[in-house]
Design a protein around this ligand. Sequence first.
Ligand code: ZN
Length: 382
Amino acid sequence: MRIAIWMLPAVVALSVGCGHVETPAPAKKEAATVTKYGVPVKAGPMDNILLKDYRPSPSLVVPVTNIAKPAFPVIDAHTHTSMSGIRTKADVDAWVKTMDEVGVEFSVVFTNAQGQEFDRQVELYKDYPKRFQLWYSFDTSNADAPDFTASTVAELERVHKLGARGVGEITDKGWGVELGEKDGVPRDRRIRFDDPRLDAFWRRCGELNMPVNIHIADHPSAWKPQDATQERTPDFQTFALYGKDVPDHSELLGVRERLLAKHPKTKFIFCHFSNQGHDTAALARILDRFPNMYLDISARDYEMGRQPRTMRAFIDRYKDRIMFGTDMGRDKQMYLDWWRLLETGDEWMKGRIWWPYYGLELNKATLKALYRDTALKVLNFK
Ligand SMILES: [Zn+2]
């Protein structure tokens, strides 16, 4: 006799009531088969693979187009001395050789320095005035000092005389401008981009025609739980802000608007698509409101490659406001991967994240603006 599980208590009670205990047969253990996407999902050896170890090897056979040189000589508007591993003049020589090989004419270098360290870097790059431009970063650890604004402006003027032609990359991921979690500044005392103590500085940047590269907020996935719903793989959890004592993504982006409105004569380049490349329609609305706002595309290969048609339309439309940048060191293959992403229509390219990329196939006019013409117009080459 088959007894449904829900009937068991009644059967047991009935048996007890008769003074004779009948032990029911144990319920048959059937391996549960889940159906997902119309496919029976069964247990197997892959169940123990960790997400961070997953390296799918695609069977797809599609054209692979190698672009050895970009369509136009490139101006890279976003590099770092530190991330490019530049310590000696020989390192700079090697970088120039790679730039020649891959078709990069000029690189904007963020020194992340002021004072003596800035001067040291001027010396490091001085053999190549036509290949590099050094940008200045200020220090906010003394922002409460009465002479903070005056001394920061004075240092800006000093480095400008030494050849600095911009300011950046200046970052606020929520901990405050140029501050991190370990600085431990209480939330209500953190300096933000629209802080009055920085007003004279931003104004002076405009007067000296020194554009400012700003990293505001971070990729929105950083604010989402580090669980099975997280958009980026564990390799990116170093950027996690979920549950931390920081304002949310949209609150930080709100500071951007106040900054742009306050300083219409200063050019602000928001790097990584202003960390809003996931929603180009919203980003377009801000660009339309603030003519002093510019973007660089650096380190957002994964944002572009997953929405090639949307991104192509966006970059076509705003090509006079968007600059090419890498922010990923100086490896030769890194540059070649960028040319392939931007110039070809190749499909299912392996990228830096779990999803594959699709080429944007940008037209020549857009490539020319993105690679160099917008930078020639926005940056200061005098
Ligand atoms: Zn950067």
